[in-house]
Write a protein that binds this ligand. Sequence first.
Ligand code: ADP
Length: 363
Amino acid sequence: GKGIAVLTSGGDSQGMNAATRAVVRVGIYLGCKVYFIKEGYQGLVDGGDNIVEASWSSVSGIIHKGGTVIGSARCKDFTTRPGRISGAQNLVDRGITNLVVIGGDGSLTGANIFRQEWPGILDELLAQKKITEEQRGKYGHLNICGMVGSIDNDFCGTDMTIGTDSALHRIIDCVDAIVSTAYSHQRTFILEVMGRHCGYLAIVGGLTTEADFVFIPENPPLPDWPQRLCDKLGQEREAGQRLNIIIVAEGAIDRNGDPISAEKIKQVVVDNLHQDTRITVLGHVQRGGSPSAFDRVLGCRMGAEAVMALMEATVESPAYVVSLDGNQAIRLPLMACVEKTKAVAKAMEEKQWDLAVQLRGRS
Ligand code: ADP
């Protein structure tokens, strides 16, 4: 059977285990030899015990766990050609020519570079007699399929990334907890949620918790935002609301591109309304805990589709990324999605907010 390896890279997210499990089980079901690569690209570069064959039972009891049981890492070595040559040698030694990468856009960009360089790297290994003529012939092409694991929902081409839904559950739980303890006092709470370039968690978190005000990077507020914020909070108090909730994405900015931090918002509220104001930074809580039903199913579907994409790939196929479109897992050309994602970040850097929102599309 064909050799498939799966690795998780970059920041972890809930649902990565469901995806890993699906890759292993669908792969074995189809007669493939499936390998785990532990610790992301570092395990690929280092080889040895980091690359182990997976069995059906080796992925039992992981679907309910957060994070990624096979480990994730950032890896400097893989950003260099010698690192990638070492990774290629490790794969060829084991007869692996299919690679599933679960990570963010950086990880997927790295995978695509690896795939493009593969034939040249194999020629180099052959010239150095580190692989045989037979291996060069048999393993001459590397198939790649990516899945996006990210709690931020910051990737173009997919409606949802793996982990976003679970992170929203954490955010909602936190806001609900704050609302119930804080109701006895008149207070304003400012919650900072993740999202450096993407306000999805902030906006959906705000919608689902009745927040009074939300700050996101893609749609910076007009310069008079302090006034409008204070008017809104004041109105709510007058209407009898005892507690105000403000949600700010970590990457929130104003129209000059300067950060709007939780501290800055607090200052505005305290200076103008003299309200008792508290900041909660959710941080890694959002990545923690067990994956939601949605993320488990999403991981399962995407993992299965990734293996199908690899099985059907030919030399002409591009590197794929599995995406959720409507309610269906489909495959799309990886680099087109990565480039669109980068174009969104660029549009935001250039303060072209409307373009950024338009490019982002449904997610
Ligand atoms: P994410 O995948 O979450 O966007 P990073 O951008 O940190 O996270 O990338 C994770 C890892 O992917 C890096 O540590 C590196 O090993 C690899 N990687 C990222 N970009 C590249 C690249 N341009 N070339 C090769 N490897 C890359």
